[in-house]
Design a protein around this ligand. Structure first.
Ligand code: ADP
Ligand code: MG
Length: 240
């Protein structure tokens, strides 16, 4: 589903990604862990062209993102993204936040978009919040709306960038539950997270990123219980 070959990304003179090679298979859940500033967000953002890659190649479902003819709107609808800070539209209701993408980008008739949105809100446990504004929701509820909004585009892949990092601890569980459900349904997912429990339980594979490269990757049991790279060990000693 995703193939990344020798991906480099610089901001001016700052080299952030220094040759990333990675593959994500259909239905796979890959968790990305690593210290702050190691390039995890930049890596995710290169997967849906929120950042232009400096060199190397990213291929999603057979389509190369470096192809100048790529349809960015189509790509973004196929690659859903959930951010740390929700990014909901404050002046739109929950329902409107979820229907906006399908109506504007996919030209879905409003009635169909509403129906789909209500189904998705039910899935994330928020069917009673369809007509409220984001300001009246808790962080965990906002994040679940953001997940429903991404799913409304019927993506092939979902990217999560620390989806629970901005939440109060007691709100983290509900969001992780929704993500677990998605994973069980076979959604292909790349999840940057500090939730080591989630990575261990749901990750088919864990990638440890440090200083713009993948230092180590493997089965969660190996990464967490028997990491081979001293940098991985050092990082896990700090966070576990
Ligand atoms: P992580 O998500 O692992 O914390 P990031 O990908 O956010 O790491 O950032 C990696 C490095 O790239 C940091 O040094 C950050 O300051 C830098 N960086 C990220 N985005 C930009 C940008 N738009 N312009 C300049 N530097 C950036
Ligand atoms: Mg980040």
């Amino acid at each position: 589903m995703i193939k990344v070959k020798d991906l480099h990304k610089s901001f001016g003179k700052l080299q952030v990604l220094k040759g990333i090679h990675a593959e994500v298979k259909e239905k796979e859940v890959v968790c990305v862990i690593g210290p702050s500033g190691s390039g995890k967000s930049t890596f995710l953002r290169c997967l849906n062209l929120l950042e232009e890659v400096t060199s190397g190649e990213v291929i999603i479902d057979g389509e190369s993102l470096t192809n100048p003819k790529i349809d960015i709107n189509k790509l973004r609808s196929q690659v859903g993204m959930v951010f740390q800070h929700f990014n909901l539209f404050p002046h739109k209701t929950v329902l409107e936040n979820v229907t906006m993408g399908p109506i504007r980008v996919k030209e879905t008739p409003k009635q169909d978009a509403d129906e789909l949105a209500l189904q998705l809100l039910e899935k994330v446990g928020l069917s009673d919040k369809a007509n409220v504004y984001p300001a009246s929701l808790s962080g965990g509820q906002k994040q679940r709306v953001a997940i429903a909004r991404a799913l409304a585009m019927n993506p092939k892949v979902m990217l999560f960038d620390e989806p629970t990092s901005a939440l109060d601890p007691e709100l983290v569980g509900d969001v992780l539950e929704v993500m677990k459900e998605l994973a069980k349904e076979g959604m292909t997912m790349v999840v940057v997270t500090h939730e080591m429990g989630f990575a261990r339980e749901m990750g088919d594979r864990v990638i440890f990123m440090d200083q713009g490269i993948i230092m180590e990757e493997g089965d969660p049991s190996v990464i967490f219980d028997n990491p081979q790279n001293p940098r991985t060990q050092e990082f896990l000693n700090k966070v576990l």
